[in-house]
Design a protein around this ligand. Sequence first.
Ligand code: THG
Length: 367
Amino acid sequence: MYGITPSARLRPSPFYEATVKEGVCAFTTYNHMLMPTSYGKPLEEYWRLINGVSQWDVAVERQVQLKGPDAGRLAQILAPRDLSKQNVGQGKYVPLCNHQGVLINDPICLKLADDLYWLSIADSNIWFWAGAIAAERGLRVEVSEPDVSPMAIQGPKAEDVVAAVCGDWVRGLKYFWFKETEINGIPVVVQRSGWSKQGGFEIYLRDGSNGTELWNIFREAGAPWGIGPGNPNWSERVESGLVSFGGDSDGTTNPYEVRMGKYVDLDVPDDTIGIQALRRIAAEGPRRHSLGIILDAGDPVTPGFLWNPIYNDGAKVGDLTNCVFSIRVQKNLGFALISTACKVGDRVEALVAGKMEPGQLVEMPFL
Ligand code: THG
């Protein structure tokens, strides 16, 4: 095992001390920060998310703040999804594309006011992108990264825990809707969201100096429901078919190839970045699509750094972008980013750790 060398380029999360106390034992990097990926008890962590309630440090989901009279215009220039009917207090999942229609991030866009938006981003430098576009187009908008750090409360018991802390009003929040409030004097945004299909909320901490206190408030309030630490769970997210930007996409992937076509509106204004390319791709039809794959192997395989090649009759037809031994299915499941010539039901082979692993293409989600 290796250690981590501290550096000013590797920014700590406001929940770092709290997660160390919880026994965090592995991290990944994301938006130049550390994100916990294990507390050493994978089965406990998994079943807590499926049956109970789990608490996650997801401060790495940074906010790119757009503030000023042209904030809404900039959001629509960046996102090829119609935002004209978005309400204050509503979040929307949006693909961001470059001029070629290639996916460059998949944030949740939160509208806090007519002149104030947050793009809650995945792992790529959207603050550079948004700032450059705003300047080049002469927009009256300030782009910044505010002191905001999400913590997720996920699982079937999450609503009870968040209601115990915030009040019963949270039960009425619709998916991706949010409210600004305070918890024990700490300013937060509470949103029904989170990167699992088990339901839950995200609490966006608006003052990083209060990370440990906010963590402990939920830890104590959640004790009657057996709350414990966790993180975006690899097994659950694959079973649920959730796309990971930068994991399941690369520098050539468009939204149609990774099941995000339903979040693209082709009738957005012509000055939206990438929309001309997306109209062309939609008209021609994408060359790849994302299907599930179930390997025949009964034991867990070790896929390493992934993007393992997939073959059909000896010809490369796609890539295995993730693969995990599913705890509920008891099989190796993965996502295949694969030629549209390959269909559900087809037999293929993936080269994993130097060995050809046969499997079958299936519809997603797996569960
Ligand atoms: N939390 C916050 N910001 C984020 C993430 C997060 N930003 C980056 C990344 N994660 C965004 N990715 C997703 C992807 C899918 C969903 C949420 C965040 C999601 N999708 C639902 C689904 O697929 O069923 C519903 C989407 C819809 O239909 O609108 O929940 O985790 N703060």
